[in-house]
Design a protein around this ligand. Structure first.
Ligand code: GLN
Length: 203
């Protein structure tokens, strides 16, 4: 099992460490040539979605990554990674979020049928820790959840299964082999979610 971890910015090292603890091999995607290596899945980590999306375009990674996910490459997106794959992204006022500057508009990967609300909890409330149930292969697990200036999922479309909610807000979902969490499982010791992702990569 060889998992590509997008390493342009953000919390990629923690994902690599956790996947390697579970016996997977990992490598970093930093430039277009890295994408040519064989891989069984892709992690898009937390960080700043505006930066990640802009760099995907500028480094020439955007089209190939989008196509690979659409063709079925398993994907695990956390926090900014969730925002990067959402079909629609809104700000906390409910307006559509635009990535890029006033002149250049960078679309997100838009591979997952969800509407994400960015920085949804406000600056302070976006960072908190809780433990809540999450459905993993139809079984409920109480898992640690660390939120850092987190988004939540405002709406899910067809084909998307809600896996976890916190205070009535959707914080984890799955569509086929695309898995997203608004929180950072790589920052806690529990490996359940990473193991679930590796199981998706094995199918
Ligand atoms: N607020 C960040 C964003 O909008 C996400 C934060 C995170 O990934 N921890 O991209």
């Amino acid at each position: 099992m060889n998992i590509a971890v997008l390493a342009l910015q953000g919390a990629f090292a923690e994902h690599r460490a956790m996947l390697e603890r579970l016996g997977a091999q990992t490598f970093e995607i930093r430039q277009a040539s890295d994408w040519q290596k064989p891989k069984d899945g892709l992690v898009i980590p937390g960080g700043e979605s505006t930066v990640i999306i802009k760099l995907l375009h500028e480094l020439g990674l955007f089209a190939e990554i989008k196509e690979s996910i659409e063709r079925g490459l398993p994907l695990f997106g956390t926090c900014a990674g969730l925002i990067s794959v959402a079909k629609r992204v809104e700000n906390s006022a409910g307006e559509p979020e635009r990535f890029g500057g006033p002149e250049i508009f960078y679309p997100g990967l838009a591979t997952m049928n969800i509407c994400a609300c960015r920085n949804a909890y406000g600056r302070q409330l976006g960072s908190f820790y809780t433990e809540a149930p999450m459905l993993i292969s139809s079984q409920e697990h109480i898992l640690p959840m660390t939120f850092i200036r987190a988004p939540y999922i405002k709406e899910v479309g067809e084909g998307v299964k809600v896996l976890a909610t916190v205070d009535g807000k959707i914080v984890a979902a799955q569509q086929g082999n695309q898995l997203v969490t608004a929180f950072h499982p790589e920052l806690n010791h529990d490996t359940t979610i990473h193991q679930h992702f590796l199981n998706l990569c094995r199918q």
